[in-house]
Design a protein around this ligand. Structure first.
Ligand code: DC
Length: 220
């Protein structure tokens, strides 16, 4: 069975997807981490971020895998390196490139084949897994998302203001929404879950409830 969790950054997707996968004993696929891994390798190997075809050739050549709770390129654990601000910024042109998205779509479908997976991203329900048994679009108000990110950044010692976090987030959301291919949008049959005021446990409970509803035979 495949469950897709899409939505903007800061809606609580990653923590909910990870916790849900753990609870179900399923695989967790973080597709943002895959775009970040391609970006890291492009920067290291000097592939131009403006050259969509070269980026796609690079992406195709990479053995990206999820193991031991981390993301690997071949034998190398890149989980930490892909989370820097430098990679976050540079991932944008990589994720915007249609040929890269095509390669990533096939890679994601290959990874999930035959498995029970909770997959998380922007286009998982709308493009990559149109036949997923359950599609969820997780949202929260921009203010709540910015507040969560601001708290995280402060905990890490970063000094940006809440206003700065909110404007950067608005720019990223807009970029995700207007992307020509793979734009962030709920699949037509996605369930919208608004996470304002909900704890991570509340969100996971809601997701489990949705899964149970899907599994329950319908009486007519
Ligand atoms: O969720 P994240 O911040 O790790 O995602 C990193 C980047 O990749 C971000 O610019 C959105 C993009 N992305 C995407 O375009 N499609 C996906 N399925 C997942 C992420």
């Amino acid at each position: 069975m495949i469950i897709t969790l899409d939505g903007p950054a800061g809606a609580g997707k990653s923590s909910a997807a990870r916790a849900l996968a753990r609870r179900l004993g399923w695989c967790y696929m973080d597709t943002g981490a895959m775009y970040r891994a391609v970006t890291l390798m492009a920067l290291e190997r000097g592939v131009s971020l403006d050259d969509a075809l070269a980026l796609a050739v690079l992406a195709e050549s990479l053995a990206i895998a999820f193991r031991d709770g981390g993301v690997f390129v071949g034998d190398r654990d890149v989980s930490i390196e892909i989370r820097t601000e430098r990679i976050t910024a540079a991932t944008r042109p990589v994720a915007d490139a249609p040929p890269v998205r095509e390669v990533m779509k096939r890679m994601q479908q290959r990874i999930a084949k035959g498995l029970d997976v909770v997959t998380e991203g922007r286009d998982q329900g709308s493009v990559v897994f149109p036949h997923a048994e359950l599609k969820v679009f997780l949202t929260a108000s921009p203010e709540e998302r910015a507040l969560r990110r601001h708290r995280e950044e402060r905990a890490r010692g970063a000094a940006s203001s809440l206003d700065a976090v909110l404007s950067a987030q608005n720019r990223r959301d807009e970029g995700d929404r207007v992307r020509a291919v793979g734009a962030m949008k709920p699949a037509d049959d996605a369930v919208l879950v608004e996470t304002d005021g909900l704890t991570q446990d509340d969100v996971v409970e809601r997701l489990v409830q949705l899964i149970e509803e899907r599994r329950r035979p319908r009486s007519s």
